[in-house]
Design a protein around this ligand. Structure first.
Ligand code: SF4
Length: 72
């Protein structure tokens, strides 16, 4: 079990590297939030929460997940 959670102000995102299929929907969709060169590589506050939720929803493998959504 390698799921890790990345906390933000409005949303927390989790990621499981064992599930990831490297489709790159995340880094293509929102490169300021999902940046494999940054540490940590997921920074939920680096983009609008609505966009984070939308891009996480596009992850084809289920590796990305919204763990908490405290918007409005
Ligand atoms: S969109 Fe999902 S499957 Fe694709 S690289 Fe990102 S986390 Fe991995």
């Amino acid at each position: 079990m390698s799921r890790k959670t990345y906390a933000g102000t409005d949303v927390d995102v989790s990621f499981d590297a064992e599930v990831c299929k490297h489709a790159a929907e995340c880094v293509r969709g929102l490169p300021t939030v999902f940046d494999t060169k940054a540490r940590p590589w997921i920074q939920p506050d680096n983009g609008p929460a609505a966009d984070v939720v939308e891009v996480v929803g596009r992850c084809p493998s289920g590796a990305l997940r919204i763990e908490r959504d405290a918007r409005g």
